[in-house]
Write a protein that binds this ligand. Structure first.
Ligand SMILES: [Fe+2]
Ligand SMILES: [Fe+2]
Length: 191
């Protein structure tokens, strides 16, 4: 899906169901982080109107997702609190190249990959969870994360020639597949 080079282990749905509270908490943090990353891009590249407009929209949408997740948690008696960030995003961001244009393209492509992986996982959850409310919820998030993926790739393509952006996307997709295989030792949406 969306060019990803490793498919999520179907046992991911079972891991989610084994600790729904921890997974929802991690998901809430992922949405907050997605909004914060978009806000950071907006601040870092004020002279790129395409980026500023798209990031403003994404900040709003990710915060709406964040509020949806914490509302579901609250309805189940679970409170939002801190949680250790997943290693996944940090490992991806470590691949960011130096140099103004290279770093800009990489930041956009890394965000695209995180959206693509979220999208793939939400599709699985939206199809297979045994909890009706959560299955419907994840099914409803799938489309917006797919749109965010497409937005980030389109913005990256506008910053350099198409062949080099696509070659870099392919390299990062290969690296992302390796990072997903490393996994994590805690219940995480991207583990
Ligand atoms: Fe989101
Ligand atoms: Fe997103």
């Amino acid at each position: 899906m969306l060019g990803l080079k490793a498919s999520t282990d179907p046992a991911f749905v079972l891991r989610f169901q084994a600790d729904v509270e921890a997974m929802l908490l991690d998901h809430a943090h992922c949405e907050k982080k997605a909004a914060a990353t978009a806000l950071n891009m907006l601040g870092r590249y004020p002279d790129h109107p395409g980026i500023v407009d798209a990031m403003a929209d994404i900040v709003d949408e990710e915060m709406a997702h964040f509020r949806q997740v914490i509302a579901i948690m609250a309805s189940r008696g679970w409170s939002y609190r801190g949680c250790r960030p997943s290693l996944y995003a940090g490992r991806l961001h470590a691949l960011c190249r130096r140099g103004y244009r290279e770093a800009l393209v990489d930041r956009l492509l890394i965000s695209a990959l995180i959206e693509a992986r979220s999208c793939e996982r939400f599709a699985l959850l939206g199809a297979q969870l045994d909890d009706d409310e959560l299955r419907t919820f994840y099914g409803s998030l799938f489309a917006s994360e797919a749109r965010h993926y497409a937005t980030y790739v389109k913005l990256a393509l506008a910053e350099d020639d198409e062949a080099s952006v696509r070659a870099r996307l392919d390299e990062l997709l290969t690296a992302e597949a390796e990072i997903v295989r490393l996994g994590e030792d805690a219940p995480k949406l991207h583990a």
